[in-house]
Design a protein around this ligand. Structure first.
Ligand code: CIR
Length: 256
């Protein structure tokens, strides 16, 4: 597996924030935590590949929002936050080495990769503040010929991205915050709910059979452990202050 990542911008503290209040970000700690995150990816079998640094883009470490990579193709996103639109071009260059077919979401479409959850041939796309219906129609038209089904899912208030609200934690199991997305969209799955005191805890990163998960959400970690889910815990406090999670700092795909 390849994991495309990027170094943290020295301007990370100026990141976009939508639903959380700004708190000071400790840049040195953020960099240390990012190194540990990359080590964790390597331990889980990923080859870590760096996209070029974008020091002037505060949110550029959140590479997940720039692209969706499937076995057959890559889709370059068009981020909903205007300050982030330029981030995608260097991701496109990085991905061209791995996928022959590279499609682009075009204006007026807006899509953040954090709104895209894929399990098998089904792709759920969150409609909140970052992704619009036009992009979802573009995605449907791009992916239908490859046998994917694209399903639009409305997000509830307070939720930045679909994957802030729901992620896969085992082959047939999702971790979900019911205050941020309705579980009826995911009827074929077992659902583990986040602890009500940890609304941000639904963002988990499944790599192989292991879930990378923030130590910052101990109650939800306990619920996952009780469900026999193998966890690799990482400290993610500084990314969380930037309204990010464990999925958003990498784009992981099979080399092909
Ligand atoms: C933003 O608001 O765009 C960034 N501060 C956080 C993006 C996190 N991305 C993600 O969860 N996929």
């Amino acid at each position: 597996m390849i994991a495309i990542v990027r170094n943290i911008s020295p301007r990370m503290a100026e990141c976009e924030l939508t639903h959380v209040e700004r708190q000071p970000i400790n840049l040195a700690l953020a960099e240390k935590q990012h190194e540990e995150y990359l080590d964790a990816l390597r331990r889980l079998g990923c080859e870590v590949v760096y996209a070029p640094d974008l020091p002037h883009h505060p949110d550029s470490v959140f590479v997940e929002d720039c692209a969706v990579v499937l076995d057959e193709l890559a889709v370059i996103a068009r981020p909903g936050a205007e300050s982030r639109r330029e981030e995608v071009f260097s991701m496109a260059e990085a991905l061209e080495a791995y996928r022959e077919k590279v499609f682009y979401i075009e204006a007026p479409g807006l899509l953040d990769g954090g709104d895209v959850l894929r399990v098998g041939r089904e792709i759920w796309v969150g409609m909140g503040g970052r992704t619009n219906a036009d992009a979802i129609l573009q995605l449907q038209a791009m992916l239908r010929p490859f046998g994917y089904v694209v399903i639009a899912v409305p997000l509830k208030g307070g939720c930045l991205h679909l994957k802030s609200a729901v992620t896969q934690v085992a082959e047939d199991t999702l971790l979900l915050n019911p205050d941020w997305v309705d579980d009826h969209h995911f009827q074929d799955f077992n659902i583990i709910e986040t602890d009500p005191d940890e609304p941000g805890a639904a963002n988990a990163l499944l790599v192989g059979d292991t879930v990378m998960f923030p130590v910052d959400y101990p109650l939800t970690a306990l619920a996952l452990a009780e469900a026999d889910i193998e966890l690799l815990l990482v400290d993610n406090s500084e990314v969380i202050k930037a309204e990010g999670g464990v999925t958003c700092c990498s784009v992981i795909f099979s080399k092909g």
